[in-house]
Design a protein around this ligand. Structure first.
Ligand code: SAM
Length: 265
């Protein structure tokens, strides 16, 4: 049972949720939209409950859905039943997930990061592609990293596209934001190795002497890691490019780097 049923595409709640596709609205409300019962289950496991749970009329009964409804209500949120047409409109997909959640965004202040709680952390300079960012958050979670620091003008980690690509890992690792200057000041107290990744690096990614916790810096998709940030690293490394491709996709390169560090004996 839901608290109410919405059938109109012009309902104010529907309009407010649809507006979360826009960064301006996400920043104004501090909220974001997440799709699917898997994401919502991961969020509940991390102690995050939706402010609003939208359940499609055709959603099949499931113990996790019942848990989501109960925990949403217990935390003061609302459970709303909606039509398939509304789910399509909100998710902008022909084949939408039958359960959607609206959550509060969470950012970890740089000063709250405790490096020694994880063997590896990732810092991204001006990442622009939401799919890359979501994939990196998912991969960082999978590899056992503590979190991701977004440096400078990055894509919004709480965009619908980025959240989709996290596959539920958005709350599993810390997400922090910093200007380049804030990052450089914070980096000075990093207790382990700070490793830059550059195509022009002389050191192979398996040759560097890495002290954990490691902080791995990845560059922008087009411009790469800037000289200023590369100069602040203890070492810059390169993953070998053996074919005709001149670089790896950012998320793939990040995956190779984080596993190289976390699998190190
Ligand atoms: N044209 C850019 C350049 O010259 O750096 C390419 C950027 S690449 C698509 C995006 C990021 O992925 C790089 O900044 C770096 O962090 C990482 N990356 C990609 N391929 C890499 C490689 N072979 N070795 C080290 N890092 C790599």
């Amino acid at each position: 049972m839901a608290d109410r049923l919405i059938t109109s595409l012009t309902n104010d709640t529907v309009k407010a949720v649809r507006a979360l596709h826009m960064r301006k609205e996400r920043e104004a409300t501090g909220r974001f939209l997440a799709e699917g019962l898997k994401f919502i289950g991961e969020a509940l496991d991390q102690g995050r409950t939706p402010k609003l749970l939208l359940v499609g009329e055709e959603a099949r009964p499931h113990p996790l859905l019942e848990r989501a409804k109960a925990e949403t209500r217990a935390a003061g949120g609302e459970v709303v039943a909606v039509t398939h047409a509304i789910l399509e409109k909100i998710s902008r997909r022909d084949n939408p997930q039958t359960v959607l959640g609206v959550f509060e965004q969470v950012y970890t202040p740089l000063t709250a990061i405790v490096p020694g709680t994880a063997p590896c952390w990732v810092a991204l300079e001006q990442v622009r592609d939401p799919g890359n960012l979501g994939t990196i958050i998912r991969t960082a979670d999978a590899a056992g990293c503590g979190g991701v620091v977004l440096i400078g003008d990055c894509v919004d980690p709480y965009s619908v596209e980025a959240v989709r690509a996290t596959m539920g890992s958005a709350f599993a690792v810390a997400i922090a934001q910093a200007s380049a200057a804030e990052f450089l000041a914070w980096r000075d107290n990093w207790p382990g190795s700070v490793i830059g990744t550059r195509l022009d690096a002389a050191t192979g990614y398996r040759e560097a002497d890495i002290q954990r916790p490691a902080l791995i810096l990845m560059g922008n998709e087009q411009a790469g890691l800037t000289d200023a940030l590369a100069a602040a690293c203890d070492v810059n490394v390169k993953i070998p490019m053996r074919g005709r491709a001149d670089s790896l996709n950012l998320a793939i390169a990040t995956g190779i780097m984080v596993y190289a560090v976390t699998d190190q004996a």
